[in-house]
Design a protein around this ligand. Sequence first.
Ligand code: CO
Length: 138
Amino acid sequence: MIGRLNHVGIATPSIERSVAVYRDLLGATAVGERFALPEQGVWVCFVDTPNSQIELIEPYGDASPIHAFLARNPNGGQHHVCFEVSDIVAARDALRAKGATILGTGEPRLGAHGVPVIFVHPRDMGGVLVELMAEPGH
Ligand code: CO
């Protein structure tokens, strides 16, 4: 089931400040535009690395799920990792059959790459919030 590591999600109180960190300390040059995903309550900005991406996420709106994370981690921090899967519904069903909890309704919803995603509860994944996304182009 598990495919390519697509990105690492980093929550931040300021995408602008985080972009500066990746640019100034690590020399990142491929930085996308910041855009909003209102239905998920986040601003998003991708920083490209040679083999993956960093997904910077900042709260959007008062109901953003990122507020609680930032309350515990005021400077931001690693929020989730995202792996590609060839069939998102089959992956969800297989995880459920093995007793894992899919967050929310469990119905795949459009993620930041414009393809369906689901999130697996951290308690089933050794404390790591795991996002699974359909392979782009499928
Ligand atoms: Co993500």
